[in-house]
Write a protein that binds this ligand. Structure first.
Ligand code: HEC
Ligand code: HEC
Length: 351
């Protein structure tokens, strides 16, 4: 057991000074920070650039898929706000995904990944689509790493980044996650307004923001991402009608209470990431806002109110990072060609 020693007068003075300094700093932070429910997106920090650069190449490399055609960027097009604007993405062998594709921009701000939160972080997430038969065709970790080892450029880069001779799947997903950390969109008009530029948004957009707070949208959509911080029931006041069988968090916990509880999506860049909801059923922001008001808050919004909220949501579009297009390392003679039509009649096209 440690003994409790009374602090000396000198130590008490030190503690008082430190407390005073902390209070002063705290007060100035509080003053600079907006007092509302939404905070500006912080710039990207603490990124390992070499690792992120490797991750960018892997993110763009269709050769990680069974067909050789589908990269992460096929569904999460970086030039298209990180989505494909489809209700359901098209994956391996033209199969449809089971749920709408969320954006990868700002995904590092999510408290967990996927609509049902089954991946705790981006690194854990990145293994999912590669192994998913519907998405990238279900390559095993071993197939992927063995494949990468036949590409001399990748071998050199993995060695430089991780300092080992081998390439592991853990390193693959780690690099992709590092790249995804760089995909932030700060300095949108709303963030500039939060930081004190009164002209960054206009009166109608401001009215929309006030309404968003007043009726309670911000109870679920808040923080830096304007969402991405909790699971919430979809259909608080009235059930959500859909033919999509996904039940959200229930798929993970199997608790009845978690049926139709989904991760609250972030609303950053939401004007660009249509269609909306996990079933992609809402084509427009007006539709999505109408549904949210009705089933989450029990409010039938007047058309003018809906317009105002949509105008506010449009101010959440940020500045996208400019991403230099890399040239992916070429394979060696030992690198197998991908077989997009393996096992189908088309495989014999020229035979
Ligand atoms: C065929 C389309 C497709 C491909 C290819 C694909 N994804 Fe996705 N991605 C999706 C879908 C659909 C979801 C939502 C799945 C769910 O929540 O169950 C998703 C979810 C995510 C999420 C979680 C975002 C959030 O808000 O929860 C991240 C991050 C992500 N993908 C990154 C990647 C990476 C990295 C790759 C490549 C290794 C990749 N995706 C390949 C369709 C795709
Ligand atoms: C009780 C929590 C809650 C409240 C309140 C709430 N939302 Fe949502 N919101 C969610 C959840 C959960 C989803 C995901 C729905 C799904 O799974 O399809 C969502 C989805 C959305 C989407 C679609 C995003 C996308 O990328 O698909 C928009 C837009 C949206 N909400 C706006 C609003 C607005 C505007 C309000 C106020 C009128 C509001 N929300 C109130 C929880 C809430």
């Amino acid at each position: 057991m440690s003994e409790w020693v009374l602090p000396t007068t000198e130590e008490i003075m030190k503690i008082r000074i430190i407390t005073a300094v902390l209070l002063a700093v705290g007060v100035s932070i509080a003053r600079a920070a907006p007092d509302g429910p939404i905070q500006p997106i912080q710039p990207v920090k603490e990124v390992n650039l070499a690792k992120a650069d490797l991750g960018k190449q892997l993110f763009l490399d269709g050769r990680l898929s069974r067909s050789g055609v589908l990269s992460c960027a096929t569904c999460h097009n970086l030039a298209q706000a990180g989505v494909d604007n489809l209700q359901y993405s098209v994956g391996d062998r033209w199969k449809l995904d089971a749920i709408n594709t969320p954006t990868v921009y700002n995904s590092s701000l999510n408290f967990v990944q996927f609509w049902d939160g089954r991946a705790p972080d981006l690194k854990a997430q990145a293994g999912g689509p590669i192994a998913n038969p519907v998405e990238m065709g279900g390559f095993t970790h071993v197939i992927v790493t063995n494949f990468l080892k036949t590409i001399p450029g990748y071998v050199t880069e993995f060695n430089a980044v991780y300092g080992t001779k081998d390439i592991t799947f853990d390193e693959v997903t780690g690099a992709i996650a590092e790249f995804e950390k760089t995909l932030k969109t700060p300095n949108g008009r709303f963030d500039r307004w939060l930081r004190g530029d009164p002209n960054a948004i206009d009166a109608r957009e401001l009215a929309g923001y006030r309404l968003f707070k007043a009726i309670g949208c911000s109870a679920c959509h808040n923080g830096e991402g304007v969402g991405g911080k909790s699971f919430e029931k979809l259909g608080v006041f009235a059930p959500y009608k859909t033919s999509n069988p996904e039940e959200g968090r229930y798929e993970v916990t199997k608790k009845d209470d978690d049926r139709m509880r989904f991760k609250v999506p972030m609303l950053r860049n939401v004007a660009l990431t249509y269609p909306y909801f996990h079933d992609g059923a809402a084509r427009t922001l007006h539709d999505a806002v109408e549904t949210m008001g009705r089933i989450q808050l029990g409010q039938q919004l007047a058309p003018e109110e809906n317009d105002e909220i949509v105008a506010f949501l449009e101010t959440l579009t940020g500045e996208f990072p400019s991403i230099a297009l890399p040239q992916l390392p070429a394979g060696s003679d030992a690198t197998p060609l991908s077989q997009p039509f393996a096992g189908t009649p088309e495989a014999n096209h020229f035979q």
